[in-house]
Design a protein around this ligand. Sequence first.
Ligand code: AMP
Ligand code: GLY
Length: 423
Amino acid sequence: MKVMVVGSGGREHAVIRKLKENPEITQIYALPGNGGIAADAECVPIGAKDIASIVTFAVSNEIDYAVVTPDDPLVLGCVDALEDAGIPCFGPRSEAAIIEGSKVFAKNLMKKYGIPTAKYEVFTEMEDALRYLETAPVPAVIKADGLALGKGVIIAQTREEAFAAVREMMQEKKFGHSGDQIVIEEFLEGPEVSVLSFTDGKTIIPMVSSMDHKRAGDHDTGLNTGGMGTVAPNPYYTPDIAARCMQEIFLPTVNAMNAEGRTFKGCLYFGLMITKDGPRVIEYNCRFGDPETQVVLPLLKSDLFTIMCAVTEGRLSEVDVRFSEKHACCVILASAGYPEHYEKGFPLEIPEHIREHVFVAGAAVKDGVLVTNGGRVAGCTAVAGTLADAIRDAYALVGQVRFENAYCRKDIGQRALLAVKGE
Ligand code: AMP
Ligand code: GLY
């Protein structure tokens, strides 16, 4: 079997490592992959948004199965184009990927089907948004409608900050057309939980829960990033909360998408906040989260490729999806300056004996040498019997991966550890 994975980050590296466990897969291509992924797959220099070239490559190389992981190609219709060319895929078609591609769509879906989320208003005119904010409660959360590299969400602590955020999005077009419409929503409080799930549109199977650490600095300070580290499982996701999420959020979402004629097949990601009034949806993603995938997949005991094929073929109810009872921690090593300006091109050293624990996110091979090539460079993941041991082991790996200007958060997992102790 020849399998192709579209994307280039640590998440794709984790997916590829897991796919390699299936003996039927003889060849894996990564489009475009990265210098670190090159050790586990054949990297092909085709960008993840270049859908026409992706389809041409898949057809001419007789690819048996494609996994499309990043948001952009999914929203742009990469799965539609591949399926139309006869290639079975893991990932939603664009009509379903809109659940991440448009926050207005997602919010309206939740309102229509009674799925718990923050109260909100949608605005297409800046004047209306500004007038609304004159009396709206603060903090207020301002969200650009479309994809914005995870940066289109602003939590305005004051009315002035809220006005400024609206102007940036709707007048200065900081996020381009993503800001043509905006959502202004109620500020919620409580611990956040990420739940990735497999769904074929009929059955939904949640994966082990996880906790992301989105801010750049220790103790949740600094700018929002794509994610600086993760732990799994998330101690706030108790069996009671999990049962409520299934009844109040997961099944209703799958049913709602079917009722809208937008059946979702693939990995549906629920970004949840556990408020004092119960779980609320903060966001949906139409894909595996990154770095959540870097802790979730190492805990998956069942065969990933078997599950993916079952999702594609609509027989997810027939397969076994099992997770280990252990704990995982992933610490991201980033280039100093990320998520803003950073330098790249520094030699990246990953000792051979820890290679299997490191997922490479931003690296290239230059003159035969592995060098840094992105903001997030590598995810060091450890699995252990307890959360404390997983954290300790992940930081021991971090100490062995070397490049100039590297930085990481020092407190990944500490919040979760306090929760485990009941604090
Ligand atoms: P999103 O890109 O929608 O996940 O938002 C980024 C982050 O902003 C989330 O992970 C939350 O920490 C925060 N956030 C988003 N919406 C809200 C809300 N309604 N109340 C409080 N925090 C929020
Ligand atoms: N780590 C959050 C995301 O993948 O969107």
